[in-house]
Design a binder for this molecule. Structure first.
Ligand SMILES: Nc1ncnc2c1ncn2[C@@H]1O[C@H](COP(=O)(O)OP(=O)(O)OP(=O)(O)O)[C@@H](O)[C@H]1O
Ligand SMILES: [Mg+2]
Length: 359
């Protein structure tokens, strides 16, 4: 493992281009953090208009990586006298976006039930409602009355997230009434998401799930710019029109500038079985539609979730069906198991950042 002294030695050998001295002598090094193969270095720029700050960041990164190219190096530069830039989800191991092209296909239902299923399997799980304009997590978690509050952590005011059913979560709907959220403009929404990423005391988590709005919006952009996502799950019904939109969603994550692995599809509302005819399956939205798309993109179908009255009722009551031991719950347990498998596979394949188990 890399040692702090090795990094200090490197920094002593990097000179500021105009100030003439090395970074340590100039007292530009505010902090060095080492965790496994992750190295974070905080530098303080002496003045606001230092034209060399970004090139210095690159020089430092390159120099530290010259010790070991497998290191995951993050340099953060702040200006002397200005507040620290807060890190994004510092204690979170894996981040997953739950997305779809089409609205109303069950993203929020899948996000909430997957979060509960992961928590039940012992994974420390968080959920961020990134649907700033139409938040549904407070209702689906029966937490509409929860009022977030702030605590002081290392000199910063941090929001304490809500916690229920073993899941930590936050939604803009907990701060403003959902009627007010609709009138927000794009930049305000992006800022609200940014705050949920940096100004919340999430603690250590194995998974953070993001319940996204439908389509491809500013929020999607903000998310992929600010979080290096482990992967995305695309929710779709087997219906042609939903699948066409799901393909648009997959393409957005596959775009070379976005480059987020799509871990698989979740086929929701896959069929309906009436109570009195338990052997019968009615394929209301079509059959095996997600299979075709999955083959086309060479990604798995992670679960097939039937249409069940209890799923809808659980959503409306704020008691996710995944909490119970009903047969319906099986689909969400299986989804959780397959998601964990995919995450571990992807993390293993990212040799350059080192192997992380999901837990
Ligand atoms: N498998 C299912 N069985 C029964 N009802 C379901 C199922 N999946 C979702 N629903 C219901 O369908 C409605 C829409 O689901 P949900 O809100 O999860 O969709 P969404 O994709 O998040 O929508 P939006 O695009 O508006 O965010 C909800 O009333 C939900 O309870
Ligand atoms: Mg939703």
């Amino acid at each position: 493992m890399i040692k702090r002294e090795q990094i200090e030695e490197i920094l002593k050998n990097i000179k500021h281009p105009t100030l003439g001295n090395d970074l340590v002598t100039l007292k530009m090094v505010a902090g060095i953090g080492i965790e496994g193969n992750k190295v974070s270095i905080s530098l303080v720029s002496p003045g606001k208009k230092d034209p060399f700050s970004s090139s210095l960041k690159k020089v430092v990164e390159k120099a530290v990586k010259s010790i070991d190219s497998n290191l995951d190096v993050k340099i953060n530069m702040k200006i002397a006298g200005e507040p620290d830039e807060l890190p994004v989800l510092p204690g979170v191991k894996n981040t997953l976006a739950i997305a779809s092209g089409k609205g109303g296909v069950g993203k929020s239902t899948v996000a909430v039930n997957l979060a509960v299923a992961l928590a039940k399997q012992g994974y420390r799980t968080g959920l961020i409602d990134a649907d700033i304009f139409g938040p549904s997590i407070p209702k689906m978690m029966d937490a509409e009355e929860f009022k977030p509050y702030a605590v002081e952590r290392n000199g910063h005011k941090m929001i304490v997230p809500a916690e229920k059913y073993g899941v930590k979560f936050l939604s803009i709907g907990l701060f403003v009434s959902s009627d007010n959220a609709v009138v927000w403009r794009g930049p305000m929404a992006s800022r609200a998401l940014g705050q949920m990423l940096t100004e919340v005391d999430w603690g250590e988590l194995d998974f953070m799930l993001f319940d996204l709005p439908p389509g491809t919006s500013d929020i999607h952009l903000t998310l992929v710019q600010q979080v290096s996502l482990t992967g995305a799950l695309i929710v779709s019904t087997p219906q042609e029109i939903a699948l066409a939109d799901a393909i648009r969603g997959i393409s957005m994550f596959n775009d070379k500038n976005v480059n987020v692995p799509v871990l698989g599809l979740v086929e929701n509302m896959a069929w309906f079985t009436p109570l009195e005819l338990p052997e019968n399956r009615y394929y209301i939205f079509g059959k095996n539609g997600c299979d075709k798309v999955a083959r086309q993109f060479n990604i798995p179908v992670l679960a097939e979730i039937p249409i069940v009255q209890g799923i809808r009722e659980g959503g409306d009551k704020g008691e996710p069906v995944a909490l119970s031991e009903l047969p319906t719950t099986e689909a969400f347990n299986e989804l959780a198991i397959n998601v964990i498998k995919q995450v571990e596979m992807h993390n293993k394949s990212k040799i350059h950042t080192g192997y992380k188990s999901a837990k």
